[in-house]
Design a protein around this ligand. Structure first.
Ligand code: ZN
Length: 198
């Protein structure tokens, strides 16, 4: 389908906690055990005893054996880009920029919307001592990297809507800030800058 949404997420981890893109991938694509002795791994149901025959390749390139993982069992990664605390942008899924979401470009960020979305995520999003309390914990470096990315993406895809996960699913606190308001503010600023400079 046509790319319609750029959806911002958070990892819902405590402020300042160092979470890697490999960690996030293991939460999403790690094996999920079921009560009946089976497991789901990369979207496939199998006996738990088969897990050691399967491997997960993480964003860093590291491989882990499926029985050493514990996650949602998803076939797809959750996001296409993740911003670490220091602002580093990690590519977690491939896409081209043709304005369509091909099947192999899809990620799993919001049920029902994945076929028309690109999902991106920053590390953080909750209070340091209570992960039940949503908080905009973006570091200056994350802020800058995300602003650059979102502006670049909007220039490439003028019709894309930059939104938060909670705009698609109001029962979620993710990404712990008002993504629409944030983006319209930074977009307005950069437009003004471009106008006065030219
Ligand atoms: Zn989310």
């Amino acid at each position: 389908m046509k790319l319609k949404y750029l959806v911002i997420h958070c990892t819902a981890t405590p402020e300042g906690r160092n979470v890697t893109a490999d960690d996030v991938d293991m939460w999403h694509r790690g094996a999920k055990r079921h009560d009946d002795g089976s497991a789901t791994f990369l979207g496939r149901r199998m006996p738990v005893a088969e897990l050691p025959n399967h491997f997960l390749t993480l964003p860093s390139g590291k491989k882990v054996r499926a029985d050493q993982t514990n996650g949602n069992g998803w076939r797809r990664r959750g996001y296409s880009r993740i911003w670490l605390l220091d602002g580093t942008e990690v590519q977690t899924a491939y896409y081209n920029n043709d304005g369509w979401v091909q099947n192999d470009e899809m990620t799993n960020g919001a049920a029902g919307y994945n076929a028309q979305s690109r999902h991106v995520c920053y590390v953080g999003g909750t209070e340091q001592n209570n992960i039940k309390i949503a908080k905009d914990t973006r570091t200056q470096e994350q802020h800058k990297a995300m602003a650059d990315y979102c502006i670049k993406t909007r220039r490439q895809h003028p019709h894309i809507e930059v939104i938060g996960h909670n705009d698609l699913n109001p029962s979620k606190a993710c990404p712990s800030f008002d993504a629409k308001a944030w983006f319209s503010e930074i977009w307005r600023k950069q437009t003004r800058f471009v106008n006065t400079a030219s």
